[in-house]
Design a protein around this ligand. Structure first.
Ligand code: ADP
Ligand code: MG
Length: 157
């Protein structure tokens, strides 16, 4: 399904946060990032860096219980965590489609792969996997179209 993918290996939380911050600084309205990876992979940490790059100054917390948090940066940031959601129909109840397809801001969705059919298109998928060592992570970005500010940042380094 994905036309292009790009992998970055990081070796510390700081390195992941710095990459996320650079991407957030470049993000454009309408960008949807679907975050995939086990508990503790770094989805929330990535989101925190990304939000900082977008100019969010307050604390960005995991919306595991709230399911959705919103922040105001240079663009509005909507952060979902679908971990505790059991049924796809519940997405309607939390206003998922309304916010995820809004297009005026940036949307990050943790545990996006739980409901693959519900995800807005186009989106960028970010899978975070653990590496060989404790603090190593492999971040694989994939998308269907390359003309995106995040791709330019990813591929310029
Ligand atoms: P998730 O949201 O995927 O469940 P979190 O972002 O809450 O995961 O937690 C990731 C944890 O992994 C943090 O404790 C972080 O310090 C740690 N960690 C270690 N190395 C890395 C790395 N290279 N990138 C991201 N997180 C890392
Ligand atoms: Mg999380």
């Amino acid at each position: 399904m994905a036309d292009i993918s790009f992998t970055v290996v990081t070796r510390s939380p700081e390195e992941t946060a710095a990459l996320a911050e650079r991407l957030g600084a470049a993000a454009e309205a309408g960008t949807v990032l679907c975050l995939v990876g086990d508990l503790g992979a770094g989805k929330t940490l990535f989101t925190q860096g990304f939000a900082r790059g977008l100019g969010v100054t307050g604390e960005v917390t995991s919306p595991t219980f709230a399911l959705m948090n919103q922040y105001n940066g240079r663009l509005p940031v909507t952060h979902f965590d679908l971990y505790r959601l059991d049924r796809e129909e519940e997405l309607d109840d939390i206003g998922f489609y309304e916010y995820a397809e809004d297009g005026r801001g940036v949307v990050l969705i943790e545990w996006a792969d739980k409901f693959p059919d519900a995800l807005p298109e186009p989106h960028i998928r970010l899978e975070i996997e653990r590496g060989e060592t404790e603090n190593e992570r492999r971040l694989t970005f994939s998308a269907t179209e390359e003309d995106n500010a995040l791709w330019r940042v990813l591929t310029e380094k």
